[in-house]
Design a protein around this ligand. Sequence first.
Ligand code: GLY
Ligand code: MN
Ligand code: MN
Length: 500
Amino acid sequence: MSSEKQPALPNRQTPFSEAFKAFIGTDWAPYSTELPDPLPAASYAAERRGAISARFPGERLVVPAGGLKIRSNDTDYRYRPHSAFAHLTGLGTDREPDAVLVLEPTDDGHDATLYFKPRAPRDAEEFYANARYGEMWVGQRPSLDELSRLCGIRCVAIEELDDELAKNAGDTPIRIVADADPDVTARVARIRTEAGISADPAAAEEDQVDPDAELATALSELRLIKDEYEIEQLREACARTGEAFAAVVADFPEAIRRGRGERWVEGVFGLHARHAGNAVGYDTIAASGDHACTLHWIRNDGELRSGDLILIDAGIELDSLYTADITRTLPLSGTFSEAQREVYLAVLEAQEAGFEAAVPGAKFSDVHAAAIEVIARRLADWGILPVSAEESLNAETGGQHRRWMVHGTSHHLGIDVHDCAQARRENYREGTLAPGMIITIEPGLYFKSEDLLVPERFRGIGVRIEDDVLITETGNENLSAGLPRTPDDVEAWMKDILAP
Ligand code: GLY
Ligand code: MN
Ligand code: MN
């Protein structure tokens, strides 16, 4: 019961003797009978399940965690559960491969059951011979009672899932988070076929919505407004990320000295991410000099040169899986050159305009509109734009400014770095900002070294400033304000770190 079958590698296996099999299960101290404390997120997850239950009365809702994914041969990627599963169970880190949450309809809502593979007894073959799930290989995994106590959800062995999925299939509509576990999705498809239900969007009537896409949308939109636990987690993720940025700056001299300094920066940030949290929330961008103009520069194999800027876009994902997403563009020497400062100040001005627009009742797209207007005007002031700022800002006939900032200014942030990705356009890009939403504000300007339209003094300079912003009742709160943003504050902060 996993998304990917691990290939057997008989060329390396040593058969177990009968003597070993009889011996291995003997003389172990019993497992602790003490149950763990409930997860801090458990009560919030229950409320989230309540909200999704109210949205789909009478329907069976299936939310798989997903299985392990093969990296090569018999080694897997580090496991991360599907975000919808994490959100509805409160589980984070590497919990729990192959589990499936089922919300079974009742007369007045749904009953939640978590199907998973509990730890095997010590005399079972899995204990010693299964490198993916066995206790000798991956450590002690929870029992049914332990996971049930952690999540506050009834837990049942995964072997019982198939019967549950197929129960009254003809009478109980079923929806599944279809991209989490291809194996469970295929089984649900078979159950639908056998029950004579078509859920194939291609075969559906023109006005019929794909039921699984509708569930994905509802689960994404459920995350648009964060509850107090999520806000606290994102606040914490930003604080830890700020500390990691400071540690990276402290190591700039070492990164320059060693060569291939972008990798060193990535590594120092990654060390702090693994130490303070679960991991990085996305691949760190450590882009010095002209590399900063490559938006997703994650190769990070460049040198650091003292006169250059380095753009660092990085975030710590906590054990709960909530992640920060912060960018700072820093002078490696500790001081901005005149040209670097000029570009930086334009981006900062654009970000300030974004902050002013990010208030409850405004449109999500107002934040980008405010920031990009500043970008277009500065490009026009510098004589870089081939048309006026007004002409460029006409979305239908212009857009020339986008050559130097082709990305959007904001996205929702949460358990995924690009959170709420299946929310409908009218609730996302065209949606209205409301208290409890957390978005990034991240304008930039990217002047590639080969761009002949750009004055020579600006070529090879890329700047982005990215903060994580909570929409409040009265305006907004910058959760990443612990990191300096103005050039003067950046220089003073770096000086304190590098020459205390
Ligand atoms: N680091 C990805 C982003 O800023 O959206
Ligand atoms: Mn971002
Ligand atoms: Mn980012």
